[in-house]
Ligand binder design. Structure first.
Ligand code: FE2
Length: 285
């Protein structure tokens, strides 16, 4: 299926049967393969949905940042689901979540060094070889930085693209909250990302919690509507990257699908407005 220009919605298990039965108006859906690998009934419903909607596969378990290597058995299972659903995009995170055979249910941060870059590049090469297609790597939500880092996150991602030919899934909300939490300039981050490598955008809700000693930390909960300042930042991302497939992520306190699709409709409206306000030649392709 062709890659859609409209915004899509994260498809979570509570909504599967509803989508099969009612075929709601939606541009595309993104799924986490880990929800389907041990659930044959859900996988059957997904394959039914994939016949009518473009699907994006977004793995939360392919740990490209693990120093000990990728779980090849897990990668083979993801590949099998990719072959069954023929997705428009396949993506994962710049993070690690496995160590010594243990799966840690979190996306953990990496120090941005040449050594890390060599490890992550080798793993992205391995993933792309196994899947036989380009892999999209997503910028993480961050709460701590490493004093060991020798390059910025955006420089790390740019070099990863250069070395592996991967693409970038730019999570606009993650840039916003990481910039707040770590104190970097979000507009500069946006300006330094390689435009040609951006293949998808994410938007997700976050919550604010008080920090010891004052201030607040933004937590990437994917459990609420998109915050108003993030909509404005999303418009700036569109001005920089042009219109890209955008996904609304909602993983906790999952509401009725209509609520998520309404957020997707708002993303489309923001895009229409961003493109209407500028002559086409002034926008990136
Ligand atoms: Fe995301």
């Amino acid at each position: 299926m062709p890659t859609p220009s409209g915004a899509g919605a994260g498809l979570r298990l509570p909504h599967l049967a509803d989508v099969v039965a009612t075929r709601p108006s939606a541009a595309w859906f993104e799924i986490h393969p880990e929800n389907f690998l041990a659930n044959p009934h859900a996988a059957e419903l997904l394959c039914d949905i994939a016949r009518d909607y473009p699907i994006s596969v977004h793995s939360v378990g392919v740990s490209i940042g693990s120093a000990g290597g990728i779980d090849r058995a897990h990668l083979a299972r993801v590949r099998a689901l990719v072959e069954r659903t023929d997705p428009i995009l396949v993506s994962g995170h710049l993070a690690w979540s496995t160590h010594a055979g243990e799966y840690l249910n979190d996306l953990l941060p990496l120090p941005y060094t040449e050594q890390t870059l060599r490890i992550v590049s080798a793993h992205v090469d391995e993933v792309q070889d196994a899947l036989g297609r380009q892999y999209l790597v997503e910028n993480p939500s961050s709460y701590v930085g490493f004093t060991a880092s020798t390059m910025t996150e955006v420089a790390f991602l740019s070099e990863l693209v250069h070395r592996t030919g991967c693409a970038i899934l730019c999570d606009v909300s993650n840039i916003y909250l990481s910039a707040h939490n770590l104190g970097f300039d979000r507009d500069r981050y946006l300006a330094e990302l390689p435009v040609d490598a951006i293949a998808e955008l994410h938007l997700g809700g976050f919550t604010s919690e008080p920090e010891e000693g004052g201030g607040e930390v933004l937590i990437d909960t994917h459990g609420s509507r998109i915050a108003e300042p993030v909509w404005a930042f999303y418009a700036r991302a569109l001005e920089r990257f042009g219109r890209k497939p955008t996904l609304i992520e909602w993983d906790n306190d999952v509401p009725a699908l209509d609520v998520i699709l309404a957020e997707a409709a708002r993303a489309d409206a923001v895009a229409e407005s961003a493109f209407a306000q500028r002559p086409r030649h002034a926008l990136a392709s």
